[in-house]
Design a protein around this ligand. Structure first.
Ligand SMILES: CCCCC/C=C\C/C=C\C/C=C\C/C=C\CCCC(=O)SCCNC(=O)CCNC(=O)[C@H](O)C(C)(C)COP(=O)(O)OP(=O)(O)OC[C@H]1O[C@@H](n2cnc3c(N)ncnc32)[C@H](O)[C@@H]1OP(=O)(O)O
Length: 177
């Protein structure tokens, strides 16, 4: 279902169908939304974002991360931004890149440790990040100071660094949302 939704997001973004097709598609989507409505559950029980066994966690908001290496100190993986993430001139939207970094760094920050939340995320855009190209992502825990975890990440198109990030993730206290 989530994979089909991702595919739909990319198709909708890239399409300019005739008006009658737009109407048909809109009606079909409204019907699908109505089909799901009776199955609305609380956050704890929803599927989206909770499938840690799947690349992308079963969540259609951020691009799928394929993990090649992952431990408590570093991550190596691959990300492809579909057309859904297009900003302009075949470059990824500037808001989608922090989304991908927050996903990678945020998950790494909490790997094997008490959960942490993003306090800040600083992103540098070094070169255009292309759409529909498999990119390499690297991330590591740089240092830990008490509840503060400082992480860095980088995104590469081949040998070219397209963006890098530095984030502070603060360990949550018991009961902290
Ligand atoms: C959704 C994730 C939930 C948590 C993770 C759960 C499970 C993890 C496992 C798997 C997760 C799977 C997927 C997750 C994918 C991605 C994760 C993304 C994570 C996020 O996307 S999460 C949403 C965005 N995020 C927020 O919605 C945070 C809003 N915010 C707050 O909730 C508080 O603000 C908080 C908790 C950050 C700190 O608050 P606090 O009261 O606990 O602590 P306090 O303020 O005392 O700061 C302690 C020390 O950090 C320094 N400090 C704080 N903020 C700073 C800043 N901005 N700049 C420089 N230094 C800063 C202070 O200066 C002090 O430093 P010092 O101790 O040296 O004085």
């Amino acid at each position: 279902m989530i994979e089909a939704l991702r595919s739909l997001q990319a198709r909708v973004t890239g399409a300019a169908p005739p008006p009658e097709t737009v109407t048909d598609v809109a009606e079909a989507l409204e019907k699908l939304a109505a089909t799901l409505e009776p199955f609305t559950v609380g956050e704890r029980d929803q599927i989206a974002g909770h499938r840690g066994d799947l690349p992308g966690r079963g969540q259609a908001m951020s691009p799928v991360l394929h993990v090649d290496e992952w431990d408590g100190a570093h991550v190596l993986g691959r990300i492809t931004f579909s057309r859904f993430y297009l900003g302009g001139n075949w470059a990824v939207h500037g808001g989608a890149i922090p989304l991908a970094f927050d996903e990678v760094l945020g998950r790494l920050a909490s790997t094997g440790r008490t959960a942490a939340r993003t306090a800040y995320l600083h992103v540098n855009y070094r070169k255009i990040t292309p759409i529909e190209v498999e990119l390499r992502v690297e991330a590591k825990v740089d240092r830990v100071e008490g509840r503060k975890r400082f992480l860095t990440g980088a995104l590469y198109d081949g040998e070219h660094l397209t963006a890098d990030a530095e984030g502070l993730f603060v360990e949550l206290r018991p009961g902290q949302p």
